[in-house]
Design a protein around this ligand. Structure first.
Ligand code: CTP
Ligand code: MG
Length: 235
């Protein structure tokens, strides 16, 4: 089955601070989005990349992709995104042509995911899973709290879940296309990843090992780390 990657890249990057939309911010001299697209196109299985761009920057993104050509075997499309990540992913799915039965959804904000992780996700879908997420054990202990009314106020701790059963999940998340489309048609309410929508359909989501370098660039310190990882790769 042919595989396409949808890359939600339409977010503003509020937590990263003022500047261009996060996906267009520079990393190693190139927009973060270009790294994220190459990370998907590096997989021989991926033959189409659908970039969901910030609505005001869709033309600029198209130009960018023409300038930083992908390997010849990979096509790409650019579509404008929505107000939420979920809406942006849905816009990407709606633009997906017939004939792609496996879909990856990958955050533009995870520019450095290694190709082995991408391939492991695809492999697990090929082996029959309807939804696959790369996951890592947590380094920190996690507490459930009663959220404070004012930011910075002390918060009472309610519980400490057993850390050995918790995982931090990354992207690309991989899906049977029909399942993901149905999840997006059916599930409403706030979600922070695509796999949780498939869980809400009552279907089983499985994990494969994630990778440290698939971390999400969210806050300014993450950009420092991303530059360091890239510099180490170029040695
Ligand atoms: N995203 C999107 N459309 C939105 C919001 C987010 O396509 N309306 C994308 C982002 O571009 C990013 C991915 O979803 O690649 C993960 O989101 P996040 O890291 O939260 O990025 P932002 O929403 O841009 O950052 P912030 O929440 O700090 O504003
Ligand atoms: Mg966000």
């Amino acid at each position: 089955p042919r595989t396409a990657a949808v890359i939600p890249a339409a977010g503003r990057g509020v937590r990263l601070g003022p500047g261009a939309p996060k996906a267009l911010r520079a990393l190693g001299g190139l927009p973060m989005l270009v790294h994220a697209i190459r990370a998907m196109a590096d997989s021989r299985a991926v033959s189409l990349v659908v970039v969901v761009a910030p609505p005001d920057d869709a033309a600029e993104v198209k130009t960018l992709l023409d300038a930083h050509a992908l390997p010849g075997r990979t096509d790409f499309l650019v579509v404008p995104g929505g107000e939420t990540r979920q809406e942006s992913v849905r816009a990407g799915l709606e633009a997906l042509p017939e004939g792609y039965d496996i879909v990856l959804v990958h955050d533009a904000a995870r520019p450095l995911v290694p190709v082995d992780t991408v391939d492991a996700v695809i492999e697990a879908v090929r082996d029959g899973a309807v939804a696959v997420v790369p996951a890592l054990p947590l380094a920190d202990t996690v507490k459930e709290v009663e959220p404070a009314a004012e930011p910075g106020d002390p918060e009472p701790v309610l519980a400490t879940p057993d850390r050995s059963r918790l995982r931090a999940v990354q992207t690309p998340q991989g899906f049977d296309r029909a399942t993901l489309v149905r999840a997006h048609e059916t599930v409403t309410g706030n979600v922070t990843d695509d796999a949780s929508m498939v869980e809400q359909l009552g279907l089983t989501v499985v994990t494969v090992p994630g990778h440290e370098e698939a971390f999400k660039v969210t806050r300014p310190l993450d950009l420092v780390l991303a530059e360091a990882v890239l510099a180490r790769r170029r040695l």
